[in-house]
Design a protein around this ligand. Structure first.
Ligand code: PEP
Ligand code: MG
Length: 579
């Protein structure tokens, strides 16, 4: 029987493969009394489970592919080390003896005690360590209760070619699974501009989110077809449907390769306006895709991926090496490095955001520049590394999520301090290095004129700008229908920012997902946007739209879209603009 499910298509492409279901649910742990004569046996049960967990982790460690980021190993090493710690190995054994309780319960009590200690720590970085405790305890619990471990961590190639079905995935999961060659993923939760889906698009992994209760309908190894554009998932497809999708997959591949003819062409509208196309980079591996797409530089280098799947933040030398690789790999083209935008859905250690909710509204909390300024030492390490890398090529520094001018000034003052330190140490950097601010909060768009006087450039981050303007959590599929780039409030804020750039004669780019969506390109051109930064897979398609556009023949009422009262009216006008 064929089953068709509909979700939100967030990363284009057709995948045909077998399902692999991930369960992250916590096992149900209950207490029961152990008779005196079975205590020794219960102690052995726990010792054996800990040993088994250790062996599992070592096996994972030994099968990490050579091209996986180094951080993946340190992430696993931490878990192995925790299994040697007496707080996990000795204390629960004592509890079994003193309380005569079962091994699962003793472990659970010790887990709760450790988590409480971590929760009370002021240091947000250390607080995230409790996710490690959870992961390790969860693994032992699963062994004790005979359940499968969450094997997205297993880097042994078993997921190759599979379509991953999960409740949700973190960006860190996605990086790990991409190294195992998954064909696609489908999740119950998530939004079109969550960091996980942005990553999927840049890695070219077809993906669907928001398919409610999917894990109830699909079985492990069931053959599936997914269309990452329309959001359709088909299980048990008949031969005709399978052939149809095979054909569509081939057509899609042909379409992508036909775009290569644009690679060497300049980006210019039919009436001669030159446009700059830049790439967004998430991972070091992106460099080859970026150069294949013919980008004129990197408009957004998301450094937070350097901080994921590991315990301690990267040191200055490690960051310097990473930034230097990027800037040298770009052969003198400019690279805009964004200081770390950690927090919200990007946890520092790749921990599961679902298991521990720290604050009620993480997107409104200690994130991005707020975290940078809250952790000045970690921030300065990064600033020093970026500055030092600027001696090897053209680098610009960009501060994320600026809401108020003092944040920007404080960040710039820390940067000045770092420059003075480097001067004293005799270390080279680009003295003309440019700084910019991201406009992704309504306050900064409304006050863009104020910010424009203090920076060399502005960059509009529409993913967050839409989220914060419309109060729609970008990772919450239940309110996804309200996430609208064409909302007049969003368009007016974009327009205000572009006007501020013009008035103070500084470039304004856009690096949110809107800049890489062919549907919005003509509208953005008409609004005056000249610098677009997007995931490299979108670049040639966007170039095609630009090169086929004649600005003088766009409808006279194009900018009236900022006054459209309903999404329907805005869509109708957008269709005329794109006709
Ligand atoms: C944005 O918010 O549009 C943006 C580019 O930043 P990120 O998606 O990393 O939050
Ligand atoms: Mg953002």
């Amino acid at each position: 029987m064929t089953l068709e499910l509909q979700g939100i298509g967030v990363s284009r492409g057709i995948a045909i493969g077998k399902a692999h279901i991930l369960f992250h649910n916590q096992p149900d742990i209950r207490e029961y009394l152990i008779p005196e004569f079975s205590i020794e046996q219960e102690l052995d049960r726990l010792r054996d489970a800990i040993e088994e967990a250790r062996q599992q982790l070592k096996a994972i460690r030994n099968h990490i592919p050579a091209n996986a980021p180094a951080d993946v190993s340190s992430f696993i090493d931490t878990h192995i080390l925790m299994l040697n710690d007496s707080s996990l190995t000795k204390v629960p054994l004592e509890m079994i003896q003193s309380r005569r309780c079962n091994a699962e319960w003793a472990l659970q009590l010790q887990r709760d005690a450790l988590i409480n200690v971590f929760n009370e720590m002021d240091d947000p970085y250390l607080r995230t360590r409790r996710d490690d405790v959870d992961h390790v305890v969860n693994r032992i619990h699963r062994i004790l209760t005979d359940q499968d471990t969450a094997d997205h961590e297993i880097a042994d190639g078993r997921l190759k070619g599979h379509i991953i079905i999960a409740e949700d995935l973190t960006p860190a999961d996605t990086v790990l699974m991409q190294h195992q060659g998954i064909a696609a993923f489908v999740t119950e939760h998530g939004g079109a501009t969550s960091h996980t889906t942005i990553l999927a698009r840049s890695l070219g992994i077809p993906a669907i989110v928001g398919v409610e209760s999917i894990r109830r309908y699909i079985q492990d190894n069931e053959p599936l077809i997914i269309d990452g554009e329309t959001g359709v998932l088909i299980a048990g497809a008949d031969e005709t449907t399978t052939r149809e999708y095979q054909q569509r997959r081939a057509d899609f591949a042909a379409h992508i390769s036909s775009l290569s003819r644009y690679k060497s062409q300049p980006t210019k509208t039919q009436d001669g306006k030159s446009i700059t196309l830049l790439a967004n980079a998430e991972l070091p591996d992106d460099l080859s895709t970026i150069s294949n797409a013919g980008a004129q530089g990197i408009g957004l280098y998301r450094t937070e991926f350097l901080y994921m799947n590991r315990v301690a933040p990267p040191e200055e030398e490690e960051q310097l090496a990473a930034y230097r690789d990027v800037v040298e790999g770009m052969n003198n083209q400019p690279v805009t490095i964004r200081t770390f935008d950690l927090g919200a859905d990007k946890t520092v250690d790749g921990g599961r955001k679902l298991t521990q909710t720290v604050v009620t509204n993480p997107a409104l909390g200690l994130r991005a520049i707020r975290l940078c300024l809250n952790q000045p030492n970690m921030f300065r390490t990064q600033l020093r590394a970026i500055l030092r890398a600027s001696a090897y090529g053209k680098i610009k520094i960009m501060f994320p999520m600026i809401a108020a001018l003092p944040e920007l000034l404080q960040a710039q003052s820390l940067l000045e301090q770092c420059k003075q330190e480097l001067d004293k140490e005799g270390l080279a950097y680009d003295r003309q290095i440019e700084t910019g601010a991201m406009v992704e909060i309504p306050s900064s768009a409304i006050c863009a004129e104020m910010f424009a006087q203090h920076v060399d450039f502005l960059s509009i981050g529409t993913n967050d700008l839409i989220q914060y303007t419309l109060a729609v959590d970008r990772i919450d599929d239940t309110v996804n229908y309200l996430y609208d780039p064409l909302h007049p409030a969003v368009l007016r804020l974009i327009h205000m920012t572009l006007e501020a750039g013009k008035k103070y004669d500084i470039p304004v780019s856009m690096c949110g997902e809107m800049a890489g969506d062919p549907r919005y390109i003509r509208l953005l051109l008409a609004m005056g946007l000249e610098h677009f930064s997007m995931h490299p897979n979108a670049l040639l398609e966007v170039k095609q739209v630009i090169n086929e556009t004649n600005l003088s023949s766009l409808p006279d009422n194009t900018l009236q879209i900022m006054n459209m009262a309903t999404p329907f009216e805005a869509d109708v006008l957008l269709e005329q603009i794109n006709a």
